[in-house]
Design a protein around this ligand. Structure first.
Ligand code: FES
Length: 147
């Protein structure tokens, strides 16, 4: 059911963890399954992604696609990183079963959300980057009213 590359990235995921004082952080939720993904980007003054880390409460396919996605964006400049789609990530993994395609969107969306965060912090615009729909900002959840 899963390619060897998917199994390898699932069992030995690359770039798991956090980056302190990251240039951009993006957290997204998958509308289909409710799983969550957070990506941290360390971007240098030439807009090159120096380092990237991820954390997820996602399934095995989400772990594998995020691992591969972080490998693909590392060392790229932010405009090249923006062009890396979930399709490219799946191709790099030799495919995913159709029911798991939505899992690969988590990494792409989280990278976009982290780039958005970086752009906002630095007051710049990144061509082609749209405001993330499902970005979850910590501490911004609606407070429950007491009756
Ligand atoms: Fe939720 Fe795969 S089932 S990310």
């Amino acid at each position: 059911m899963y390619s060897e590359k998917v199994m390898d990235h699932f069992q030995h995921p690359r770039n798991v963890g956090e980056i302190e004082n990251a240039s951009g952080v993006g957290t997204v939720g998958n509308a289909k399954c409710g799983d969550i993904m957070r990506i941290y980007l360390d971007i240098d003054e030439n807009k090159i992604i120096r380092d990237v880390k991820f954390k997820t409460f996602g399934c095995g396919a989400a772990v594998a696609t995020s691992s591969m996605a972080t490998e693909l964006v590392k060392g790229k400049d932010i405009n090249e990183a923006l062009k890396i789609t979930n399709k490219a990530v799946m191709e790099a993994l030799d495919g995913l079963p159709p029911v798991k395609v939505h899992c690969s969107l988590l990494a792409e969306e989280a990278i976009h959300a982290a780039l958005w965060d970086y752009a906002e912090k630095n007051h710049i615009q990144i061509d082609g980057l749209e405001k993330p729909k499902s970005d979850i900002h910590e501490g911004e959840e609606e407070e429950q009213e007491e009756y």
